[in-house]
Design a binder for this molecule. Structure first.
Ligand code: GLY
Ligand code: MN
Ligand code: MN
Length: 436
């Protein structure tokens, strides 16, 4: 768990970066209706969670650096016996101060009366403009209230700055406590993948395998960090396959891309294994190319290497493997220069991972890919996708989709793989499935 001191440190750091003449405003995620009066499961906004650990909707955090009566202010729901009987516990203003380390807390109903006063005199407003257009209007209403008092001496802000610049750079570097949670999230997901490997059989439906994943997630108090992809055979070639409703066939591979979210931290793991427990020679040949590329890429996840280096390593390794197998012809150099691997491999080798699956943080700084630094976490996920109708490829390779994805921390030493709890070596996968 992240303790309240760490949340406090994050807020102080953000306030230092914003400056003493700024105000930072971060709303909680809104509740969203799924249909009629049934809601989607509530998920706190990642930025709001990062700064508060506060899980309720109808809340707004205001950071007011240097304010004598308190710099960290939370507007949140009041305690209410009746509402709490229907919807569950609320922290209330007392809880916000006592349990979440706020300097002060007010009922959310009072925000229109209080927030304009906090904005007044601040030169700069840091906020996520455009993310929630309803809240944008509310915020501009508060600013206009200050502006309307200019003749009485009020000083309205004159700079509006995207909060992501500062906050998302903080979120990119994970603390020890965050890495611990991400490890736990990856362990849960790895256990789910192992369970799915043991359960899969020809004749089962993809959604039955999905149920095995969900069983493990919920057993550990986690939820999926995105909709799981469970794609048998050629469905594994569909990068964002979501139907998960086809029957698994003897002789096909099964690609599962599924991650857990534990305490709001995501994992993101992909494994590809034979439905009947044994890879065919063609599947195995392609699988081993992807695995070699993944291992080569992971070895590039080191401080000082560019974010792009591990993608380039994967592409080099995949291309060399495809030439050796006869699916590409010509020299390694010409194939790389002409990006000829792209018919088989059309996505990037990974992304930042954290509170969001595709986590925040710039990939480039001043136009150049940024260097990896300790504490950053990335996925490493090369693949090969040979669709059933791909021309110029022997028929026996068609309809095979393979991806292998792990979650990797940049450390001062060797790359640390958080998701090593599920095998990826083909022999190890076959052994695990044979023992099921
Ligand atoms: N599961 C989403 C991704 O791999 O990026
Ligand atoms: Mn994935
Ligand atoms: Mn991914």
């Amino acid at each position: 768990m992240i303790d309240s001191k760490e949340y406090n440190r994050r807020r102080r750091q953000l306030m230092r970066m914003a400056g003493r003449d700024a105000i930072v405003i971060v709303p909680a995620a809104a509740e969203r209706l799924r249909n009629n009066d049934a809601h989607y499961p509530y998920r706190q906004d990642s930025d709001f969670h990062y700064l508060t650990g506060f899980g309720e909707p109808d809340a707004v955090l205001a950071l007011v650096p240097g304010r004598a009566q308190g710099e960290v202010i939370l507007f949140c729901r009041e305690r209410d016996r009746t509402r709490e009987q229907w919807d569950g516990h609320r922290a209330g203003q007392e809880g916000a101060v006592a349990d979440f380390g706020m300097d002060d807390a007010f009922p959310i109903e009072d925000i229109d009366d209080i927030l304009p006063g906090l904005i007044e005199g601040r030169a700069r407003v840091y906020y996520h403009f455009g993310r929630d257009t309803d809240f944008d209007l509310v915020l501009m209403g508060w600013v206009n209230r200050v502006r309307s008092n200019v003749r009485q001496g009020a000083k309205p802000p004159h700079e509006f700055v995207a909060l992501s610049h500062l906050l998302h750079d903080l979120r990119l570097y994970k603390s020890r406590a965050e890495i611990r949670l991400m490890h736990k999230s990856a362990q849960i997901a790895a256990e789910a993948h192992v369970r799915a490997m043991r359960a899969a059989r020809p004749g089962m439906n993809e959604h039955e395998v999905e149920a095995e994943l969900l069983h493990t997630f919920r057993k550990h108090g986690a939820v999926p960090s995105y909709e799981p992809i469970v794609g048998g055979g050629a469905n594994g070639c569909v990068l964002h396959y979501r139907a998960n409703n086809a029957t698994l066939r003897d002789g096909d591979l099964l690609l599962i891309d599924a991650g857990a979210e534990f305490s709001c931290y995501a994992s993101d793991i992909t494994r590809t294994f034979p439905v009947n427990g044994r890879y065919t020679p063609e599947q195995r040949a392609l699988y081993d190319i992807v695995l070699a590329a993944q291992l080569a890429a992971i070895d590039e996840v080191r401080p000082g290497r560019s974010f792009d280096a591990y993608h380039q390593a994967a592409v080099r390794s995949l291309t060399a493997g495809l030439i050796k197998l006869g699916l590409l012809s010509g020299s390694l150099r010409s194939n790389l220069d002409e990006h000829r691997y792209r018919r088989f491999y059309m996505h990037k080798t990974g992304h930042w991972l954290g509170l969001d699956v595709h986590d925040v943080g710039d990939y480039r700084v001043d136009g150049e890919y940024r260097e990896l630094e300790p504490g950053m976490v990335v996925t490493v996920e090369p693949g090969l996708y040979i669709s059933p109708d791909m021309k110029g490829v022997p028929a026996r390779f068609r309809g095979i989709g393979i991806r292998i994805e792990d979650d990797v921390v940049v450390t001062r030493g060797d790359p640390s793989v958080l998701s090593s709890g599920v095998p990826k070596d083909a022999d190890e996968i076959e052994a695990l499935m044979a023992s099921a």
